[in-house]
Design a protein around this ligand. Structure first.
Ligand code: FMN
Ligand code: ATP
Length: 323
């Protein structure tokens, strides 16, 4: 998949495309349905399937700290879009200058002159341009004038609820990991590179791999039974905390994971931590010893939960129990 970083990097050879526009945070099942539509049309027209997305997301510019939590960082979004077969990702730096572009300029300069869009797929509630003045009707009218087709997406629902990044964030805040999974089409996970921590964990028998969340606001917090991918062929079970570690006066929020029965060095490795089950909220303990005792209990509960889950999954589906 070709990544075009910014409008200034759109080249004449990028002219002529089938485009969809949005944040695509999480690349959930609703997004995937839209992308299938885009890919099918792109194949039929012999043009590249192109996603236009924004970094930061518009609300991250407008609302700052009050912006909704992010389901995926840009790296994961890139990989997920690539995996579904998108050929081009145009990532627009959503800054004050871009936000100031009029709806007319967005259509004429960007969509028509630079991208030469031939077919556009957007939600019928899509708004764009300075002051969110542009809407679906305006795109349809512009399509007639400049010779491109605009279609709206059909709502993709799970259990009669429209799948959206917002609904998934809400499910995660409610600790409903299974509902989030049913809308994402995969379990919720956090990926990142393991960095050096304060190395206090190992002094209490729980060395942890730290994954900084950087500027990303996480929709989850607390202690989870997890499985870690990307280290060995098979996932490694463990227990993780997402939070700012009030007991040790931690400042920044991060993900810390203790992998069961695992000794090797993970520093610098890119890992994916799949959250399987929430155990509890993060709390401030009176002492480091009390924290240690609780982490021991957390680890034990996580081990039991994960092994029971695996036993259920290994059980034959014809109802005959293993002896
Ligand atoms: C399973 C688990 C649960 C944790 N729960 C809490 C908690 O409730 N409160 C807290 O302040 N820190 C919690 N922590 C974070 C510890 O404070 C942290 O792992 C320890 O200080 C080691 O930090 P280090 O990686 O910088 O060495 C937890 C860590 C793990 C692995
Ligand atoms: N469930 C869905 N069914 C059909 N189209 C969808 C669905 N969810 C999103 N889309 C469409 O996918 C494109 C990108 O969506 P975008 O990421 O902006 O919205 P979203 O997932 O609904 O997020 P939010 O909850 O933040 O509004 C848009 O054209 C949007 O209309």
């Amino acid at each position: 998949m070709e990544l075009i970083r910014g409008i200034h990097n759109i080249k004449p050879e990028h002219h002529g495309s089938v485009v969809t526009i949005g944040n695509f945070d999480g690349v959930h099942l609703g997004h995937q349905a839209v992308l299938r539509q885009v890919l099918a049309k792109a194949r039929a027209l012999g043009l590249p399937a192109t996603v236009m997305s924004f970094e930061p997301q518009p609300l991250e510019l407008f609302a700052g700290d009050k912006a909704p939590a992010r389901l995926t960082c840009f790296r994961d979004k890139y990989l997920q879009l690539k995996q579904v077969g998108v050929e081009r990702l145009l990532c627009i730096n959503f800054n004050a200058h871009f936000a100031d572009m009029s709806a007319q300029d967005f259509v004429r300069r960007l969509l028509v002159e630079q991208l030469g869009v031939k077919f556009l797929v957007v939600g019928d509630d899509f708004r764009f341009g300075k002051g969110r003045c542009g809407d679906f009707a305006m795109l349809v009218a512009a399509g007639k004038e400049f010779g491109f087709t605009v279609v709206s997406t059909q709502s993709f629902c799970v259990s009669e609820q429209r799948v959206s990044s917002t609904a998934i964030r809400q499910a995660l805040v409610n600790d409903d990991l299974l509902l989030a999974e049913s809308m994402l089409g995969r379990p919720y996970s956090i990926s990142g590179r393991v960095s050096h921590g304060r190395k206090l964990g190992r002094t209490i028998g729980f060395p942890t791999a730290n994954v900084p969340l950087k500027r990303r606001v996480s929709p989850v917090s607390g202690v989870y039974a997890v499985e870690v991918f990307g280290v060995e062929g098979a996932p490694i079970p463990g227990v993780a905390n997402v939070g700012h570690r009030p007991t040790v006066k931690g400042v920044r929020r991060q993900l810390e994971v203790y992998l069961f029965d695992f000794q090797s060095d993970l520093y610098g490795r890119q890992i994916e931590v799949v959250l399987r089950h929430k155990l509890r909220d993060e709390i401030k303990f009176e002492s480091f010893d009390a924290l240690k005792a609780q982490i021991e209990r957390d680890a034990q509960t996580a081990r039991v939960w994960l092994s029971e889950r695996n036993n259920v999954q290994l059980r034959p589906s014809n109802g005959i129990e293993n002896q």
